[in-house]
Design a protein around this ligand. Structure first.
Ligand code: GTP
Ligand code: MG
Ligand code: ZN
Length: 346
């Protein structure tokens, strides 16, 4: 049995391989990546290999005979965020080649709308198709209305309700994952991502952890992104619970989730309206009339400012790099001139 077929290998991937790699390079997929070490699925089974840090879970890679990695295929989708606490503003790639991104919302606590919106922005921006996966449906009576509220907030993104405990919605979710497709689950710690994966594959292979009794938060049980075969050609990806999610170049995702807000801008009286207290501001009048929820506007503005500040820092870094290389060129030119002058004098 070809192991790679369990990890999402399809004719399309096969064709991409023949196109990108010389014959003799073997196809493989990164199952899990841990600082310089990767777990790799090959046609003949699973291998541990050393790898460059640039590879992420889900990458399709080419293997040469001695286990050397020849490179990776262009990614059909890439989930990334801004590296936390990084003044240089670098992107951190998290996972590649995801078809469906399940934004996990647990029903055992009140809905965090801002978190849902932010995760949806990142999900759309990855290039995967987002869906919202509600978990712990068996506990949903504790917080009335979260299901309806989530459907409302998800604005057209498909919402599926599941329970790993009693099995609700599992068949439906399995049915959404086509052969060769990868569904990644993304959400806070303790939301039930690993439990749902175990229930879907009917095997307790992913570790799970109780939420803390005091505040209902998870314990960050899962520590690495990892592919789990569904058994019928579909693939699941478990991920560690999200703490925060700093956006990276996510303007497209922002427009997907907040298209209604951005449409208002064209109706403001002034082209350069800051949407604060300008006369004729369509945003402020939509808030006043109740057409636009103020919370939603503030959530949009926070992410928009975050991206603007990211771009300012990217520009400064770019100018510094340019400045350094300009300085070097100027120094070399001065040295060459100095040399020519001495040559002339001598
Ligand atoms: N009642 C009920 N409890 C669930 C369900 N799914 C998960 N749980 C419980 O929720 C807790 C957290 O589940 P995990 O699957 O570890 O959560 P996780 O999202 O993987 O958490 P991290 O790995 O920390 O990100 C565990 O105690 C599970 O037993 C469910 O459908 N119903
Ligand atoms: Mg987990
Ligand atoms: Zn305005």
């Amino acid at each position: 049995m070809n192991t790679l077929l369990q990890y999402g290998f399809t004719d399309r991937i096969g064709a991409l391989f023949s196109f990108h790699f010389p014959s003799g390079v073997q196809p493989a997929r990164i199952v899990r990546a841990d600082r310089g070490r990767v777990l790799v699925a090959t046609p003949d089974g699973i291998l541990h290999l050393d790898s460059p840090d640039s590879l992420v879970t889900g990458d399709w890679i080419g293997l040469v005979g001695d286990g050397r990695i020849a490179g990776h295929l262009p990614r059909s989708s890439l989930l990334q965020r801004k590296r936390a606490y990084d003044p240089l503003s670098e992107a951190q790639a998290l996972a590649a080649n995801i078809d469906l991104l399940g934004v996990v919302v647990p029903l055992d606590r009140p809905l965090s709308t801002n978190r849902l919106e932010r995760t949806l922005v990142a999900a759309w921006d990855s290039g995967a198709v987002p869906l919202v996966v509600l978990t712990k449906a068996d506990l949903s009576s504790r917080f009335d209305g979260v299901v309806a509220e989530t459907v409302d907030r998800a604005r057209g993104v498909e919402v599926l309700t599941t329970s790993a405990e009693v099995g609700d919605g599992l068949e439906h979710l399995r049915g959404r994952i086509g052969a060769g497709q990868t569904l990644a689950l993304l959400g806070p710690s303790g939301a039930g991502k690993s439990s749902l994966i175990n229930a879907l594959v009917d095997d307790a292979r992913q570790g799970t952890g109780e939420v803390r009794a005091t505040d209902g938060r998870g314990r960050h049980t899962t520590t690495a992104r990892e592919l789990v075969p569904l058994g019928d050609g579909g693939v699941l990806m478990d991920t560690p619970g999200l703490r925060g999610f700093a956006l990276w170049d996510a303007e497209d995702g922002l427009s997907q989730v907040f298209g209604d807000v951005e449409e208002l801008f064209a109706r403001c009286r002034f082209r350069d309206c800051a949407h604060e207290s300008e006369p004729g501001c369509a945003v402020q009048s939509a808030i006043a009339s109740g057409d636009l929820e103020e919370r939603r506007w503030l959530s949009y503005r926070k992410m928009d400012r975050e991206l603007a500040s990211l771009h300012r820092r990217q520009n400064v870094a770019e100018q510094r790099r340019y400045g350094r290389s300009f300085h070097r060129v100027a120094q070399e030119a001065a040295r060459a001139k100095d040399y020519r002058n001495r040559f002339r004098e001598g």
